[in-house]
Write a new protein. Structure first.
Length: 228
């Protein structure tokens, strides 16, 4: 059992699923707050503590996508796992664009959901409070604790990769270290995913004077071209 309980906001209009899932999570030591629609979810979010949101994509009174877009206006740093009805690329992309950090597909494994919750919390919570979390990148503020860049919410993976590089500003971070730390895997699939996220961050940094350089076969580093 956990000594410090994680508070989970579970938003789903499926009463039976919510009841079973809530009981299972509580038995595993989590504190669970439930909501049956998007409006209720936003109200519960503003009323109490929440560490992670698990949100169904299809809900009445603001579906999961609308819920995400609305909550991100006030709660940029709370990670969200979207529960999808189908494993369709367009739906998944829409969920990420709306601001989710990860997803599961129904019928879902509760053990997989718990693994994702724990993984997202490991990525979200800094390993040591002493490490720098806020950076000025060409006049734009990157806040690793709030997962924001110039006021724009970042996914957990985007945030953690940029934070890892910024905390080693100007120095190369080994590719294998990045993969083992952020992906918990060191294979071709994870390496391709890393390349995609690095390109996303390059686009984000356009105009700041900072850029992400790849050291072929070795790793990545963030540099300030104006100071070189």
């Amino acid at each position: 059992m956990k000594t410090t309980k994680t508070h989970i906001l579970l938003c789903d209009d499926d009463v039976n699923l919510t009841s079973v899932l809530s009981e299972y999570l509580r038995n595993r030591g989590y504190e669970v707050i439930t909501a049956r629609d998007g409006n209720d979810g936003l109200a519960k979010l503003s009323a109490g503590q929440c560490d992670v949101c698990v949100v169904d994509a299809k809900m009445p009174k603001h579906d999961g996508y609308e819920f995400l877009e609305m909550m991100r206006k006030d709660y940029m740093s709370i990670p969200v796992i979207m529960v999808m009805d189908r494993n369709v690329q367009d739906d998944i992309i829409k969920a990420y664009e709306s601001g989710c950090d990860d997803y599961v597909v129904k019928p879902m494994s509760v053990e997989l959901l718990i693994c994702k919750i724990e993984a997202i919390l490991r990525r979200f919570r800094p390993a040591t409070a002493s490490k720098e979390m806020v950076f000025d990148l060409g006049g734009k503020t990157f806040d690793g604790a709030r997962q924001s860049f110039d006021g724009v919410h970042l996914s957990s993976r985007e945030n953690d990769l940029l934070l890892l590089l910024c905390q080693s500003m100007g120095s190369m971070v080994d590719r294998h270290l990045i993969l083992r730390t952020l992906w918990q895997a060191d294979n071709q699939f994870a390496a391709r995913s890393l390349s995609v996220y690095a390109n996303r961050l390059r686009h984000l940094l356009n105009g700041t004077g900072y850029s992400i350089m790849s050291v072929r076969g070795r790793g990545y580093k963030i540099v300030n071209s104006k100071s070189s």
